[in-house]
Ligand binder design. Structure first.
Ligand SMILES: Nc1ncnc2c1ncn2[C@@H]1O[C@H](COP(=O)(O)OP(=O)(O)OP(=O)(O)O)[C@@H](O)[C@H]1O
Length: 330
């Protein structure tokens, strides 16, 4: 499933963007046409996720999260760019391949429990259902469903129907359904959207356990920035592009105690664009043209305006004198 772009890049001897990653979104564009108006939901989005990662994708309403998820889940095809999940090129799948991709490669947990669970089946039967569709024997189905429900801490719910479960229990059974066919990736779309904070934490911790114990790659899409406390990496989307990332690392102090450090990064895209956070722009009144300077270890950004400073000797009260010194030359 190699694309023309892959072949041209390989020919030129350059490594393909994200060739070692499990999920690759390369300059993804999705334009919707609605009543003659064009909406650019994805505007050149780049994203790489490695096998075994637990990643949250956060963004405000309208930032493009659902569009990205629809593309990654094989329900929608982007207007331009490249998108690959494992060996699957999502731009070039036949309808049959799309079904196979959704059945074997990925699992889903949606916000609405009604979309995750069949109301008249028990928890065990719900988890066993995807296994029946892939032709596993009844014994295998029941054994796997039982193991999964135990692992997810809802073994006691095995014989209950969704209506007899709490919201958190329903979502944990839904994670079981998503995992039934041993997918390499689980996509969770606002999995805690309908839950209170304590129950949300429980469900997020269950996704963390799945990632740790089974090695499944987990991508959680949400508008809730609080999710970042439960994952190693949070990618923020703004205006259809990845704009910043928070990475949490555990450090061990000299006395052996551990503490978590969260670091925020801006994303430099492949064209060299970087988005400065709003608070930085406001603090220095950066807008329009800015001056860049390459330093030995970093790049600095200066406002494009002459420096203004008071000269008490010459100036009348309240008057300022414009300096001719260039900030970048100091
Ligand atoms: N089918 C469609 N037709 C036209 N415009 C659309 C369509 N789907 C989404 N959009 C527009 O694309 C942009 C991104 O929408 P998207 O649903 O991906 O955002 P989101 O981050 O998931 O928002 P929310 O959290 O509210 O679901 C929005 O401006 C939205 O109005």
């Amino acid at each position: 499933m190699t694309t023309t772009l892959d072949r041209l890049t390989e020919k030129a001897g350059a490594p393909t963007f994200g060739q070692d990653a499990l999920i690759v979104c390369d300059s993804l564009v999705r334009i919707y046409q609605s009543e003659g108006i064009e909406v650019q939901a994805l505007q050149g989005l780049d994203l790489l996720v490695d096998e075994g990662e637990l990643v949250a994708i956060v963004g405000a309403s309208g930032s493009g999260k659902s569009t990205l998820l629809a593309v990654l889940s094989g329900l929608d095809v982007p207007t331009a760019g490249r998108v690959r999940v494992g060996p699957w090129d999502l731009m070039a799948m036949t309808p049959a391949q799309r079904v196979a991709y959704r059945r074997q490669m990925v699992g889903f947990v949606w916000q609405q429990t009604a979309r995750n669970l069949v109301p008249y089946l028990t928890a065990t039967e719900n988890v066993a259902l995807p296994l029946a569709l892939s032709g596993r024997s009844r014994r295998e189905r029941t054994a796997r469903a039982t193991t999964l429900l135990e692992l997810l801490g809802v073994g006691y719910c095995a014989d209950r129907r969704p209506g007899q479960l709490s919201g958190g229990e329903q979502q944990r059974v839904a994670i079981g359904v998503a995992l039934a066919n041993e997918p390499r990736v689980v996509f969770a779309d606002e999995p805690t959207g309908e839950l209170d904070t304590a129950t949300s934490d429980e469900v997020l911790e269950t996704l963390r356990l799945v990632n740790r114990e089974l090695g499944t790659t987990v991508v959680v899409v949400t508008h809730d920035p609080g999710v970042s406390e439960h994952v190693q990496r949070t990618v923020a989307i703004r205006d259809g592009r990845t704009s910043s990332e928070v990475v949490r690392r555990t450090h061990t102090r000299d006395d052996g105690t551990e503490h978590v450090v969260a670091e925020e990064f801006a994303m430099l895209d492949r064209a060299g664009r970087v988005q400065l956070p709003q608070e930085y722009r406001e603090a220095l009144e950066l807008s329009g043209r800015v001056r860049l300077a390459l330093e030995a270890s970093h790049v600095s950004v200066w406002p494009d305006r002459p420096r203004v400073e008071p000269r008490p000797d010459d100036a009348r009260p309240g008057e300022t004198v414009v300096s001719t010194e260039q900030e970048g030359s100091r």
